[in-house]
Design a protein. Structure first.
Length: 222
């Protein structure tokens, strides 16, 4: 396997020599936008043209890739497909966060069925009603306890809900429109993960499969 780099040290092509059943090279080509991001990620292909098996960099890999996938003799199962790359849309900010991502194939691509995976970034609000779970560590014997009023137990206990803006709220929406929501604290610890169950879920817990992650005073997941 040989990886060819540009002047900035970024991969241009990865060529796996004679790896296909007929002894030809498999090539993965890379392209970058003006900010150095990989907006398009091209599927690997088996090179069929000149220098098909010498392991060297290919002169026009994108045209060769399209020609390979359009060859119905080599790929009869994708005869009606025209999009051989995934596509990523980035946030117009220095954070470069992913907003949408389209998979290869006409059914998913932006120029075809337009069914992306979408990411949204917010902060929590009181309507989210994310519970605060606490586990205390006894200084006397280092045992794990949680305080329940005047008593104690070995199970975690809730201590209200997080106020607005205390947690990062990241929403992932799949190609079918179903959501997964993750809430993380300022230390990057995952506090709550919600997976959509109902077609029209509530803002808090109704209609969601909820998993809470509880940490002790030392930041260890319990």
């Amino acid at each position: 396997t040989t990886q060819y780099l540009d002047g900035l040290g970024r991969p241009l092509q990865t060529v796996e020599r004679r790896i296909s059943p007929n002894g030809n090279d498999m090539v993965t080509a890379y392209t970058y936008d003006s900010l150095g991001r990989q907006q398009y990620q091209y599927l690997p292909y088996i090179h069929q043209q000149d220098s098909a098996h010498n392991g060297k960099i290919k002169s026009d890999p994108f045209a060769a890739q399209a020609s390979f996938y359009q060859n119905t003799a080599l790929n009869p199962g994708i005869a009606n497909e025209h999009v051989y790359y995934s596509q990523t849309e980035y946030e117009a900010s220095p954070l470069n966060r992913v907003l949408k991502k389209w998979d290869p194939g006409d059914s998913w691509a932006q120029t075809g069925g337009n069914h992306p995976v979408e990411m949204q970034y917010y902060y929590n609000t009181s309507d989210d009603a994310v519970l605060i779970w606490k586990i205390a560590i006894s200084k006397k014997n280092c045992s794990t306890t949680a305080t329940y009023g005047s008593g104690s137990a070995t199970l975690p206990d809730t201590a209200g809900i997080y106020s607005t803006g205390q947690l990062n709220k990241n929403i992932s929406i799949d190609e079918a429109g179903h959501q997964v929501i993750e809430y993380k604290n300022k230390d990057g610890q995952l506090i709550l993960k919600k997976v959509q169950l109902a077609d029209s879920p509530g803002k808090a817990h109704d209609g969601w499969l909820c998993t809470y992650y509880v940490y002790d005073d030392l930041g260890s997941l319990r």
